[in-house]
Design a protein around this ligand. Sequence first.
Ligand code: NAD
Ligand code: TYD
Length: 352
Amino acid sequence: MSIIVTGAAGFIGSNFVLNWLNNNNEKVVALDKLTYAGNLENLKSVETKPNYVFVQGDIGDSKLIAEIFQEHQPRAVVNFAAESHVDRSIHGPDDFMQTNIIGTYRLLDEARSFFNALNEDAKKQFRFLHVSTDEVYGTLSSTDPAFKETNQYEPNSPYSASKAASDHLVRAWHHTYGLPVLTTNCSNNYGPFHFPEKLIPLCILKALQGQDLPIYGDGQQIRDWLYVVDHCRGITTVLEKGVVGETYNIGGWNEKTNLEVVHALCDLLDELKPLDDARSYREQITFIKDRPGHDRRYAIDATKISNELGWKPEETFETGIRKTVQWYLDNQDWVTRVQSGEYQHWLNKNYS
Ligand code: NAD
Ligand code: TYD
């Protein structure tokens, strides 16, 4: 038996593959285009395992996807591949439309062809799990209840609109063609191998480099943070126990303002890597121009996955963020290597 994991060299995909291979012997076919966000170094610790195969390629390349299905005869596809950064989607939406919409469509359609040719037993087992985001539901006011699976889709950024489109395609391929799909909509993740364009790794890096910690607007926007390994466990739970055609929200019950998050990072760095002059890293916080169309609050109601499938997060924000800061302190070589020319170019474009 094997599973195909797309976007396997990215932040969540690589954590998923490492977690999977550490917990069972089933083969993983890791597919990734290796965009700026994909890093094979994330998967270095498993590259010699006999049940791990890496293929560089695009989910939108139908011919390649068909070949991978034929060669590996997977019992499941877990689709992480996407362009994932809101700010980049504002600067240049094209790649988001191409991968998140067209790419998902091509992957779905090749999965459909493969599924149709399976025998009845294999059909019963087969799953296409699509990993999506809470951002498809739009933004909440401070008094709104958290997002449920039944919330209306109201995406506001090019990124979330492209993910919403992909979710609709997944739904349609189930409804029309009977492809056995599952969709998960998760809140903001954090943890090891997080590319330093996103708030948490960006601020850890900038803090250590003595640079300003850029907070958009008033810093009172709220995100609901989940430790990445908990997300990976949630996806595995949905893959094994989820009801075909259903969607499951995954979240950590950890709503924090951006300023609270950055304060927590600074306080941990003050403890674990104190500055020589006893200054606090908090002094590096700087408020900058807000993101256009910035969603004010996201919050996930994770009651369904908890009640129906028995999943709960194991980490609190306090335990998860401590592990994360420690990981970045212990993996400065990884950090140095991901700060390539492309990354510097992005920093200049977004923060100049
Ligand atoms: P990421 O940007 O770190 O990784 C994405 C990976 O996909 C990269 O390795 C990249 O090389 C690969 N990729 C991009 N285009 C591809 C293509 N056309 N074909 C094959 N591979 C391609 O993203 P992430 O944070 O790991 O997110 C993974 C998934 O989880 C995304 O679908 C995202 O929408 C979703 N998600 C992310 C979060 C979060 O907080 N990061 C929260 C909820 C949902
Ligand atoms: P981000 O990590 O980009 O995730 P998302 O936009 O998908 O939620 O951003 C998290 C929050 O942090 C979001 O409200 C935007 C804010 N933010 C900043 O204030 N400064 C920054 O430099 C970045 C990258 C994000």
